[in-house]
Design a protein around this ligand. Structure first.
Ligand code: AMP
Length: 110
């Protein structure tokens, strides 16, 4: 079982922000912004490459709810998903980083 599946199963503790039947939002253990929340599907999906459009539509609405709950919906935020090795994906369970709470830099990458 992957680390995020263990979080969903309650085998590893997490700091939950929001949850529904299909998705879970919890604080990143190693935040890189004042607000750094991870949004994951409860069903194991490896990455954006494997997700279907219907799930993406629902997760988009969930992300907006999370941003509202975190108080960053109006001030602005960034949504990132890393895909595969070159994308820097360390956990092979689809997740969206929700970053906010400050004016985020837009770095030159690579
Ligand atoms: P990525 O590099 O896009 O795969 O991001 C994985 C993220 O998961 C990193 O930002 C980690 O800090 C975060 N992470 C790993 N383990 C945990 C955990 N047990 N609880 C919360 N966040 C975690």
């Amino acid at each position: 079982m992957c680390i995020f599946c263990k979080i969903i199963a309650g085998e590893i503790p997490s700091n939950k922000v929001l949850e529904n039947e299909e998705f879970l939002a919890f604080n990143d253990i190693n935040p890189i912004a004042p607000v750094h929340i991870l949004v994951i599907p409860k069903k194991h999906i490896k990455s954006l490459n494997e997700v279907d459009g219907q799930t993406m539509a629902k997760i988009t609405e969930f992300i907006k709810e999370v941003a509202k709950k975190a108080g960053i919906f109006e001030s602005g935020y960034r949504v990132i998903t890393n895909i595969g090795e070159n994308g820097g994906q360390e956990v092979s369970h689809l997740h969206f980083h929700i970053l906010g709470g400050t004016k985020l830099a837009w770095p030159k990458l690579g």
